[in-house]
Design a protein around this ligand. Sequence first.
Ligand code: GLC
Length: 484
Amino acid sequence: MAPMNIVFIASEAAPLAKTGGLADVAGSLPLALSRLGHRVTVILPYYRKQIGASGAPVNAMNKAVTIWVDGVNRTAPLHKAVVEGVDFILVEQDDLFARDGIYGPAGGAWEDNFPRYLFFSRAALETSCMLGAPVDILHCHDWQTGFIPLLAKTQYQHRTHLAKAKSVFTIHNLAYQGCFPSFWLHRLGLPADYYHTGCYEFYSQINCMKAGIAAADHVTTVSKTYAEEILTPEYGCALNGFLGDHKNKLSGIVNGLDIENWDPSGDSAIAAPFGPGKLAGKAACKAALQAETGLSSDSEQPMLTMISRLAEQKGVDLLLDCIPGWLQEGYQIAILGSGEPAWEAALHRLAAERPQQMYFHAGFDEGLARRIYAAGDIFLMPSRFEPCGLGQLMAMRYANIPVVRATGGLKDTVTDYAQDRNNATGFAFTEPNPDAFRAALDSAVETWRKPIVWKHVMGNAIKRDSSWDASANSYLELYASLND
Ligand code: GLC
């Protein structure tokens, strides 16, 4: 395959700026594609505060793009950070991006998110026209970049660098569509006849995700099962019909993990290394977390763990229903996550009642996350829906056996003990209710109490290939098919 010039455009990418799984993918997939011999450039807004805090070295490029906004030309200087040989180009516009939150103040959204990301989208297209070679693929991610495929086809098709570019739009989470009042329409500068239900109009609003689905040459989601689920009313977030109209260009490619970064045999954040065939270090990791968090040093009880955004999507209500009974059984629980204040408060209350048995840390802390993955026996992921999910991949890699709801990427990546004992990497349940979750957890704990069987499941989980290799190749095949 001839090397391609691929441009990734996303609103966040690890390690520079991260609020969720999108950043992990936008940070690690480009590295995998570049290792396969392609030229990949990632374009991001320059969130001066967050990117500054990441510690990554950023250099001014002495280049800028100029964007016309509401009758005024605005100049956006470009900066660059290089991560493992891949260029991350950062678009500066401090009044839009140098703020305390990436998408909004804690728990909220900035009121000008539409013009912020429209500005970024145009600036990313202009930046693409300045790269060393014409672009083969514009790979856009989630609603923040939804207008790029349409702008590329209507306002940038005459630019030599973009004349042959094909666009791919990846849906990481259909629940966030980027809907904004129609008074912003004038900012788009598109002919009025694009504003209709077959394009980005949605109940008299502008829907950025619809724009991406309508205009991209191909649409992907982050697992095969989620690609099917979003065609149904239950998971389609009111776009199932519209997605059905475009299903010929819709497919699912499951996410991978940067397996060098997530490797328990060489992770300096954890108490003792472990790996396939040498799982002994895991017990030391469990003891170390117990000491760190004030949990009793008990190896006779399973440690249940969870690392998650605390949002409805993640099934936190199911979890809260189950915790009291599990504490009654004597199990230990360690949870890291932030989100809805009411849920944080409920978890704090439960932990305060039994501090030797349950630990909750509100917030995010990568080192603690790694120590929890390494220490846990069982990892909880009762998601109501899950486009892919990365927590279960990290957990399996750290021999922390996931108990998941069989939906989206969880269904595609975890092999259920009840279905296939020999190859099992976890436990799954189907109905989104506490009884089904409890039953799956009971089965996991029962298996945990059989050390030889459990060791076999841990071995399967830790050996599972969650690398990007297969999926990066699937993306390359897709890109190549679009360029034929
Ligand atoms: C979103 C989805 C998650 C997925 C991630 C990366 O955060 O909720 O399931 O793994 O994007 O694609």
